[in-house]
Design a protein around this ligand. Structure first.
Ligand SMILES: Cc1ncc(COP(=O)(O)O)c(C=O)c1O
Length: 441
């Protein structure tokens, strides 16, 4: 059956055609990644002009529902910005190493901090940000060498990234992103109608030449993960920070956003390329260190960026809940939190190294210099996922984290003990061995 008919795509105007595609995506008839007909095929089947069909696709692209990738044609976005039927969780019998979550056992307990909160809720009319939280954050960031002209509070790293992008760029602008990179950032760019420009990375972060090439194409912004890069675990060091700073200095108007989502549990020092730039934001989230449900991040930036972010927030949600801000104040002012975060960073490092080491002992190269994930390049992702599922482990395919980079799988190590690390390595080695023999035959 013709796919236009099968998916229920109909209409004679661009807006009706776009609406029917949106309905098909929402209903699950068109799944994430599904290929859509070419403009010509769509126009022929619906008996409309190619201009109308192209306008329908343009509308869908602007809304982030579909994307066009060269010869792959137009496809439904990996995570279209619509409420969809929830993705099925990993089957209960599998050990879930797919989610990128921190280990609950390594998060500071919220109970004591919650007990210390005042009982009455704030009313409207309070200042948006708790001065004490800003002071604690300023002290933390300045201790690490980041001067903080202006600071504000946002609802997590992704919220901060979205707000900063919206403060400076417009639909159709180009944004340089790490490749491999964080799938939610790719999806966010799609939802905002922004074009992702991939920048290749190694274990020390973006490669200066690759960044230069993207900047030469005229990108308007660059999103950099200084450590705990998702999915590869890359982390900046002093030399790479200097090199990237030199490249970026040639493009003074480019907006720089640093996504420090793991902060103190990343396991490597904090480096920043922001100092001296005109338009920048450094977002430090509490998600990985204190718990993802806090939905709180501190955003440092130049005065214009922070003023725009705060101004927009003030006419929308207004502020990040003061209950959450007070909770973070209570945790950050408690000396035991520092000890716990240090212990968590050490544990995550041990678990990363256990897996990377076990894989290396089986001849498999993997990446995981910092953070909660290890990235394992593989010739093909699906057979590896199937073999590990058979052995009782759920992993994440690398596909959604890649733009131009090569296949790999992502393994969350946050709660992975050394025995399981060895088992994962054995299964991976058994799966990859025949493939490498075939490749060398
Ligand atoms: C690179 C990266 N940025 C941001 C986030 C999300 O952070 P937040 O929960 O603060 O929005 C994640 C979550 O895994 C991440 O991996």
């Amino acid at each position: 059956m013709n796919i236009v008919v099968r998916y229920g795509i109909r209409g004679t105007s661009a807006s009706d055609i776009a609406a029917s595609v949106e309905t098909a995506i929402r209903a699950g008839r068109l799944e994430a990644g599904a290929a859509l007909p070419t403009v010509r095929e769509l126009a022929r089947t619906l008996r409309v002009s190619p201009t109308t069909a192209a306008a329908a696709y343009r509308t869908l692209r602007t809304r982030g529902l579909v994307h066009a990738r060269g010869r792959q044609g137009t496809r439904v976005s990996p995570r279209p910005p619509l409420s969809l039927r929830p993705v099925a969780p990993a089957p209960a019998h599998l050990r879930d190493l797919s989610l990128g979550n921190p280990d609950p056992a390594l998060l500071p307990s919220l109970a004591r901090a919650i007990r210390s909160l005042q009982r009455r809720s704030d009313l409207y009319g309070q200042p948006a940000n708790r001065p004490e939280l800003l002071a604690l954050a300023r002290r933390q960031l300045e201790r690490e060498g980041l001067t903080t002209p202006e600071l504000t509070i946002v609802g997590g790293a992704l919220d901060g990234i979205e707000r900063v992008l919206q403060a400076h760029v417009r639909s159709g602008d180009r944004v340089a992103v790490e490749d491999p990179g964080y799938t939610a950032v790719f999806d966010l760019l799609g939802a905002l109608g922004l074009v992702a420009e991939p920048v290749a990375i190694d274990d020390a972060g973006p490669l200066p030449d690759a960044l230069e090439r993207a900047l030469r194409l005229g990108v308007d912004a660059f999103i950099l993960t200084p450590r705990a890069q998702n999915p590869t675990g890359a982390a900046l060091d002093a030399a790479r920070t200097r090199e990237l700073g030199r490249v970026l200095a040639r493009y003074p108007d480019v907006l720089l956003i640093e996504d420090d989502h793991a902060g103190p549990v990343a396991g490597t020092p904090s480096w920043s390329v922001c100092p001296g730039r005109a338009r920048w934001a450094h977002v430090r989230s509490a998600s990985k260190s204190l718990g993802p449900d806090l939905r709180l991040a501190v955003l440092a930036g130049d005065p214009t960026t922070v003023a725009r972010v705060e101004g927009r927030q003030s006419v929308g949600t207004g502020w990040v809940s003061h209950l959450l801000q007070d909770l973070v104040i209570a945790l950050w002012s408690d000396a035991t939190t520092d000890v716990l975060l240090h212990r968590a960073a050490t544990e995550y490092a041990t678990r990363r190294q256990a897996l990377v080491g076990a894989l290396a002992s089986h001849g498999i190269t993997a990446h995981g210099r910092s953070g909660l994930n290890v990235w394992v390049p593989v010739p093909e992702e699906a057979p590896v996922l199937a073999a590990l599922a058979h052995a009782g482990f759920a992993l994440r395919a690398g596909e959604r984290y890649r733009l131009r980079s090569a296949p790999a799988v992502r393994i969350t190590i946050a709660a992975l003990g050394s025995r399981d690390a060895e088992r994962v390595a054995v299964v991976l080695a058994a799966t990859l061995r025949p493939a490498s023999r075939r490749a060398s035959a």
